[in-house]
Design a protein around this ligand. Sequence first.
Ligand code: M6R
Length: 609
Amino acid sequence: MCGIVGYVGDGEAARFLLEGLTKLEYRGYDSAGIAVFDGEKIRVEKSVGRLAELKEKLGDNIPVGTMGIGHTRWATHGRPSDLNSHPHTDCAGDFVVVHNGIIENYLALKEELIKKGHKFLSETDTEVLPHLLEEFYDGDFEAAVREVLRRIEGSYSIVFMSRNDPGKLICSKQDNPLVIGLGKGENFIASDIPAIIAHTRRTYILSDGEMAVVTKVGVAIMNYAGVPVRKKVFEVNWNAEAAEKGGFEHFMLKEIHEQPKAVRATLSGRIEKDGSAVVLEELSWDKAFLNDVRKIFIVACGTAYHAGLVGKYYIENMARISVECDIASEFRYRSPIIDEHTLTIVVSQSGETIDTLAALKEAKRLGSKTLAVTNVVGSSIAREADQVVYTWAGPEIAVASTKAYTTQLIVMLLLGLYMAQIRDSLPKERIEELVNGLKEIPTQISRTLEDVDPIKTFARRYGFNEHVFFIGRSLDYDVALEGSLKLKEISYIHAEAYAAGELKHGTLALIVDSLPVIAIATQKSVYEKTLSNIKEVKARDAVVIGIASDTDTELEKYVDHVIKVPETDEMLIPLLAVVPLQLLAYYAAITRGCDVDKPRNLAKSVTVE
Ligand code: M6R
């Protein structure tokens, strides 16, 4: 995700900005930039690539001035490039803005501004902000910013700087973090504490809907109507390393907890306001092609493959198109049957996995249309595919994929609904039901994350077993596969996932006294059948931990422990059922003293075959 810094004081702004951005590098980014006010004009310097490239570009010609803003960009709207990098300016270069998040109504605003004569240089949503400011400014910087904030929709943290108002930065946030660091004769702004911790531990943490006017002598916080807000100073007592992880012990845990926000970002702008339908503006295939698709391949590796399995279920059920889900390293060598009515969807968090990229190229060579579902703008897979739907999960740093999986599931569901809308294969009421269910998912994930103590206890109690089985039917089986991969990759426990109905065909021979079995039983359509399979393993004295919805009162009669997740539509419940499995894997790895974020033998991005 992008990083923001701001400085106002007596010191050299550029020095702090570059140092602060360096502290945010761990979050991942593809370009960087700074803007410094030299007392007369604003100088903007930006560069695609690493901060080192920006520093090289500046050389000894560092912008001079005591007020400035800076940014590391993780591309969303528009590929990584110098022009798309922040800070962005208005036509006259009087206002500059850095922004994290997404301005959902930017297209409408941009059209309106272009009609009024504003000239845009980038493909970003952010660029509407300085132009709006230019439009509303009549000598009162604060009033103009308030007007901008009233006009925009979406999620953001923003810092505004004006050439006409020396010594004053204005910032605001909605759904994205922003902190103000309180110094002596200087104040700081940052999207994350690591950027300021070397200078101060006294901070204000801004809340949604608040705006702060920051000068070197003080900070005034108010709501968008200008009514002052009293805020308590928050003393940061983490060390720098903990601060990078937002106070969490590991990136994996941080990313598990980021899922509500990540899912919100994935959904953002993709659902009609009245909840009646899905909108995927990025897809430009004509309806005739989508109506005529006869076969879909979903191709991916690891966790992304598991998301693809759920995608197969969604698309077949909703759009009534036959889908095959393939492991990428198998797909390219098995001579798949492809023609012009085939669509190949590749799923990849990094967009760089070589097996997936090679499979994508093979599908294209054979004449398939291709669609990438990925998290990284401008990645090799995003560039190679005909069309792209981004997951907008923000950078995932831990090797074990968590928020990438849930956001991939969301995209799969959106794709299923979108194709169903076009092919008229699902009643309108059912589409609305699912869309409305989807809107609740971020809050429901948050609720699932609240009750971790029982999971910690199970992890401690069973964390030293060498073998664990996961069972489930239908979508529960797909989730079981992901739960088992998560456990084995970070805790090194031998974990196997089985379709519960398949146990009796061989694997049941391995079920012995006290062996832990995680049974996922959220799917109502196969519930009774799953219960029978649970009874089979209980009869062999396995210890069973069940995963069920919180309205289930039956499962606890047959298993040793139950972990409950909020009730939702059975299509959506994988988004919730996977969360306790991620946590179980995490705490089992902790119990066993494993290096959670960097498991042995594994890499985050697998660029070898
Ligand atoms: O970047 P990708 O989604 O293409 O990566 C695919 C797999 O390598 C990845 O999901 C891997 O299985 C994770 N370590 C699982 O947590």
